[in-house]
Design a binder for this molecule. Sequence first.
Ligand SMILES: Cc1cc2nc3c(=O)[nH]c(=O)nc-3n(C[C@H](O)[C@H](O)[C@H](O)COP(=O)(O)O)c2cc1C
Length: 221
Amino acid sequence: MSTKDHQDDLHEPEFDESFRQQFEELLKWRRDVRSFRSDPVDARLVEHLICLASLAPSVGHSQPWRFVIVESDKCRESVRANFEDCNREALKLYSGEKAHLYASLKLAGLRDAPVQLAVFLSEKTHHGSGLGRITMPETLEYSAVLAVHSLWLAARTHGLGLGWVSILDPVKVNRGLNVCPSWKLIAYLCIGYPKEDNSSPELLRRGWETTLPVGQVLVKR
Ligand SMILES: Cc1cc2nc3c(=O)[nH]c(=O)nc-3n(C[C@H](O)[C@H](O)[C@H](O)COP(=O)(O)O)c2cc1C
């Protein structure tokens, strides 16, 4: 189903109180997932999720996101090796207890995720004719990130977990996946049915970081 078909199908919706409550639950139970069951994910569902992600807002309606479904063992192995190298380097930046804790964290589900999806930014796209990004070019990146978040939430509504892997050398990802060198890596995503569901972040549960109260991130002027 294309994005357009999907939009044509829709009648004007009514978001009632029960929907709002469910949406809140969705936000609270969306998790970054690194441990997946081996159950396969229907390829049509993956395509549907990509269509939904493509409904995200984008500066000037530029739709700068490009999705690459990573299937081959060769491509997946290149990403896994890339992650392992970068993760080893990242570990060196910590010492003492934090280093021990870092080393014990599972920071990617690259071995077990049945679906792997790389999201790139086409910085050279002419779509949108430059609207909005002349003054803030970075809005192109923000647009691609919004597509990732839409996909993240949509996946969760189907019981799927998504894990964002950023401990990667982006240039090597482009080379390993043989994609246009001018595309910029935004996210490498592991997708599959999670081994468990949780209402709180794994990094919080493992004692890596605390959750900031809203009062600390909100100012009024
Ligand atoms: C831009 C971005 C990059 C991330 N990269 C990684 C990563 O490389 N490895 C990892 O384990 N989690 C990664 N995460 C997931 C965060 O660690 C996670 O979102 C955070 O701990 C909060 O947990 P939650 O998503 O379950 O609420 C990333 C998240 C974002 C938004």
